[in-house]
Design a protein. Structure first.
Length: 137
């Protein structure tokens, strides 16, 4: 009886510690991606508001930030894939490719809504992975 109790307590402690570690990594990852998304959104908004013609838009700066966003996601996704549903990660990746696609076809005004959707999905992933009574049941 005592042996089973020790094993159960050990398993519960292991689950809690693992959850704290994964939740911390998820939160840091979401914060990093949110910062990148904010930068992309800000640069696009600044370029759209300051230029009335598409020739005045700083395409290189936008491209650089979109590439940074994609690279950051690729780095973070490798570890997140160990414990987060792949469906959720694919939603974020789809939004990133939509952002990249709108950049490539030069529809800069469509990038900001995609950034907002991506940010929402990331916040949803963070909420979903939290250890709470609501998520347990």
């Amino acid at each position: 009886m005592k042996k089973e109790l020790i094993i159960c307590i050990f398993i519960i402690v292991l689950i809690i510690v693992t959850n704290i570690i994964t939740q911390s990594y998820t939160k840091n990852s979401v914060n990093k991606m949110s910062e990148r998304l904010d930068v992309v959104s800000q640069i696009v908004c600044d370029n759209i508001s300051t230029s009335t013609e598409s020739s005045n838009i700083d395409k290189n700066k936008i491209k650089q930030e979109v590439d940074n966003l994609e690279n950051t996601w690729n780095e973070l996704q490798e570890k997140l894939a160990y414990y987060i549903e792949h469906d959720e990660l694919e939603k974020v990746e789809t939004q990133i490719y939509a952002i990249k696609g709108f950049y490539e076809i030069e529809k800069y005004d469509e990038i900001v809504p995609e950034v907002e959707k991506c940010s929402f999905i990331l916040k949803h992933i963070e909420e979903k992975t939290k250890l709470s009574i609501k998520n347990i049941f």
